[in-house]
Every structure is written in structure tokens, then in C-alpha cells.
Design a protein around this ligand. Structure first.
Ligand SMILES: C[S@@+](CC[C@H](N)C(=O)[O-])C[C@H]1O[C@@H](n2cnc3c(N)ncnc32)[C@H](O)[C@@H]1O
Length: 448
């Protein structure tokens, strides 16, 4: 039977496991390369002078007097970035695990500042709760997206050897800056200034200049919507590598053929949790109204244990074909019926471009109205989007309930962990809060 794996689960096995420094020196850091760099140009971190000390060296292990401490206190550097960079160093070289570090008391407090001081040569002011939340977001996100971030950094470096020979701390600072700009959409100038300052103070002025140049290049490309993304072209292997980079995923899963043979599929936890909200049971009839390419259809079908049916409606023939192929591979084709149709009446257009939010909202209202006609008395309508925009989510449901008072909200707290449940009883995942994709779902029950 098909099994849905989430990207995070796979990532945690691959990435949270810290590599030994000795291993690091043997492998090329290029995202698409697995070969040794020795003799090919890039210098391994072990061959460079580094301003880095992850162990307690004897001359620093002794007690530090308050006077010495003040001397080393740096109030210019943003504390959460300094701590994030040091945590990332510890995870990559020091055997620390991201989740453990994020547990309060283990990775924070005085102990943590000790690591910062030994690694960077100075302390920052103590972290407050907001800083700690930022550290958790930045460290978790940077690890999760490391392969993708490294691809972008490499693309923006002068050449591969600049990337391959980069000091580990400098690379962590760039990863943080790239993550903040590309994934967190943080205010660009603060991100540039503060990461530049960290590189200057913790390394040297030249490192700051490099961070400045690369981050500004990134901002320009992002502003023009022309980030250098890997191209999905070439043979299976090349496409697997490109996909792995795009989704920051270990290539070995993809290449080993598990996906091709339908033994596993990949989807973000946010989409998997929407299926939990639907809560498919053997024997049920489920209609997936905008189904293709079928991530949720297939997952729901796999939960029916061979009994029941998922009718997958979609207006796009090509995407429905992909869904059918995947259903065959995952051996759930017997419980899936595909329906090529516009969910709304035939006289409404689909091919029109959605130029603004008003039109999108109208489309969502029309789809909801059309879907509501397919629900039996006592049946459940799950409205779900991949958006965190209230206009597409809560507001659409509120408007729907005004038009259809025969439906009521069924709170999702029985189906997903409480951190994903909103005040009104909807499911909502958020990239910043949960480090997974944004999504929304509401369970609406039709009265008997
Ligand atoms: C974001 S995708 C759905 C993803 C899918 N639920 C999954 O989990 O893989 C949106 C889909 O809605 C379909 N769609 C849009 N308008 C539609 C309509 N009027 N009737 C049926 N399908 C529609 C599109 O063709 C597209 O495949």
C-alpha cells in the first residue's frame, strides 16, 4: 500500500544527524556533487585557518572573570543571528541535534553564550523570548532548506571554488541571510546589515564585504523574480537531482526508485494534515473537488483500506492523467474515480486569468457552493487551501455560512494537534510558526 512520507521526516534523518568534521573535509559542498574536492581546487575547511573553536580549549576552559566577560560582550551584533550561526556550526560539526538545541534550558542560557564566546570570540546580550523564537525558526528553517540555500549561494558565488573553499562560519552566516530573505521575507536591509556586521565582527571586514555583495545580488534577483532555480530537464537522474535541490531533499530517496515504484510518495506535512481533518474511513464516499495532481486524493485513498471511493474531479485533463498514473503505481486505483469536469456550471470560464483577489475570492465561493451540492445530509464538506491569507480562508467560510446556514463548523481539534487549531476551530499551518508550508482547512457539517 502507498505510504505518504513527509519531507520533514526524511530531512530529519538525513540532515539533523550531524556529520563529523573529518567527514566534512572529504566531501565537496556543492549541492549537486558528491565527489571529493581534493586536488580539484576547493580547499577543505581543515586546510584553512579558521576563527572557530567548538571544543573547550584548555586555556579558555577556566572561570571567566566579570571584567573579562564585559570586555568580550558585543552589543552591536544581533544576538539571535550570532546564536543561530553558532548552533548551526554545532549541528554541522559538533554532533548537536536541532530539536535538542531548541529545547529551552539545553541550548539556551549561560551555557549557550559559552559556546558563542568560544566560537565567535565574544558574547552578545542574553536572549529574550522573542530572540529564542527567532533562533528556533532560523535554525530549523536553515537546516530544512540547506540544500536549496546552498544551491542559491553557489549560483551567486564567483565560481565553484569560492563556494567550496568558504569558511564554515561564513557559509552559515550566508545560509541564515538567504533563508531570511528567500523563505522568511524579512526586511531586506536589516538582514543585509546585520549579517554583514556579524561576518565583520566574528571573522574580518573582508568577510563582511563578501556577505554584503552576495546578499545584495540575491535581493536583486529576488526582486526581478529571477532566482537561479534548478531546471527540471535531462534524464531521470538529472531531474531527480533538480527536484531534490528544489525541495531541499536528500537525492538518494528520489533516485533509489522508491517513488518510481509507487512504494512511497512525498508531500508536505501541511497537506497531510488536511487529510487528517477529512479523516477518511473505510467504506466512505469522498469527493475531492479540485483534486489534481492528487497528493491528497492518493493519501485519502490509501486510508480507505480498499473499501469506499474517492471521486477526483478536476478541470485539467493533463493533471488528472498524472493523478491516474500515480494511483496505478500506488495501487489505490480501485478506490479512485477520476472525473474530468469543471466543478461549476459549464457556462463559467476557467481559462480566464485570475487577475486579482476579488476574482479569486469569487472563484472560491463558486467552488464551495458547487461542492456543497454534493454533500449528503449529515455529510462533511472540508474546504482547504494552500494559503495563509484570511481572505481566502476564514472569510470565505464565514461568507459561505451566511449563504448556507444549513452547514455548521465542526472543530478540527479531534483530528490535528492543538497547535494547528484556530480559535474558530479551523486547521491552519504557518511556515513561521510550524516550519511547514502554509495551509488551511475547515470541516463543515450539513445538518440532517
Ligand atoms: C492547488 S491544485 C489542487 C491540489 C490537490 N488538491 C492536491 O492535493 O494535489 C488546484 C486544482 O484545482 C483545479 N481546478 C480549478 N478550478 C476548477 C474547477 N472549476 N473545477 C475543477 N477543478 C478546478 C485545477 O485544475 C488544479 O488542478
Amino acid at each position: 500500500m502507498a505510504q505518504v512520507l513527509s519531507i520533514r521526516v526524511i530531512n530529519s534523518a538525513d540532515i539533523y544527524k550531524a556529520s563529523e568534521p573529518s567527514k566534512f573535509t572529504k566531501k565537496n559542498r556543492g549541492p549537486n556533487s558528491a565527489t571529493s574536492t581534493r586536488g580539484k581546487g576547493p580547499v577543505s575547511p581543515a586546510h584553512r585557518t579558521q576563527k572557530l573553536n567548538l571544543e573547550v580549549s584548555p586555556h579558555r576552559a577556566g572561570p571567566v572573570s566579570p571584567a573579562q566577560r564585559t570586555e568580550k560582550l558585543n552589543l552591536e551584533v544581533s544576538p539571535h543571528r550570532a546564536v543561530s550561526a553558532v548552533r548551526l556550526m554545532r549541528i554541522e560539526f559538533g554532533g548537536a541535534f536541532a530539536d535538542l538545541l531548541n529545547e529551552k534550558g539545553k541550548g539556551s542560557g549561560d551555557n549557550e553564550m559559552g559556546y558563542v564566546e568560544r566560537t565567535l570570540g565574544f558574547r552578545t546580550r542574553a536572549l529574550d523570548d522573542r530572540d529564542l523564537r527567532l533562533v528556533t525558526d532560523i535554525v530549523g528553517g536553515t537546516i530544512r532548506w540547506r540544500r536549496y540555500l546552498d544551491h542559491l549561494i553557489l549560483s551567486l558565488c564567483r565560481d565553484e571554488s569560492t563556494f567550496g573553499s568558504m569558511e564554515p562560519l561564513l557559509l552559515q552566516i550566508l545560509r541564515i541571510g538567504f533563508y531570511e530573505i528567500v523563505k522568511l521575507d524579512m526586511p531586506p536591509y536589516a538582514v543585509v546589515d546585520e549579517n554583514v556586521r556579524l561576518a565583520k565582527v566574528a571573522l574580518r571586514p573582508g568577510a563582511g564585504n563578501m556577505v554584503n555583495g552576495i546578499l545584495r545580488k540575491l535581493l536583486l534577483l529576488k526582486g526581478n523574480n529571477s532566482l537561479p532555480l534548478p531546471k527540471l530537464e535531462g534524464n531521470d537522474r538529472a531531474q531527480a537531482r533538480a527536484l531534490a535541490t528544489l525541495y531541499s531533499h536528500p537525492v538518494i530517496v528520489i533516485q533509489s526508485g522508491l517513488l518510481k515504484e509507487g512504494l512511497c510518495s512525498v508531500q508536505d506535512e501541511s497537506a497531510g494534515l488536511v487529510v487528517s481533518v477529512v479523516d477518511p474511513q473505510p467504506g466512505e464516499s469522498i469527493i475531492d473537488c479540485c483534486a489534481a495532481p492528487g497528493g491528497k486524493t492518493l493519501f485519502m485513498a490509501s486510508r480507505l483500506s480498499g473499501r469506499g471511493v474517492v471521486s477526483a474531479i478536476d478541470v485539467n485533463k493533463g493533471r488528472l492523467r498524472i493523478l491516474r498514473e500515480a494511483a496505478k503505481l500506488q495501487q489505490v486505483v480501485d478506490v479512485i474515480t477520476t472525473v474530468h469536469a469543471d466543478l461549476r456550471r459549464a457556462d463559467l470560464r476557467w481559462n480566464k486569468r485570475l487577475e486579482d483577489m476579488e476574482q479569486l475570492k469569487n472563484l472560491q465561493d463558486e467552488l464551495l457552493d458547487a461542492a456543497s451540492m454534493l454533500v449528503k445530509p449529515g455529510g462533511v464538506l472540508v474546504y482547504s487551501t494552500c494559503s495563509i491569507d484570511p481572505e481566502e480562508n476564514e472569510e470565505r467560510v464565514t461568507a459561505f455560512l451566511l449563504r448556507h446556514p444549513e452547514f455548521r463548523i465542526d472543530p478540527v481539534d479531534r483530528y490535528v494537534p492543538s497547535t494547528f487549531v484556530t480559535e474558530k476551530g479551523f486547521y491552519s499551518s504557518n511556515p513561521v510558526k510550524h516550519s511547514i508550508d502554509g495551509a488551511f482547512a475547515a470541516r463543515l457539517v450539513l445538518s440532517l
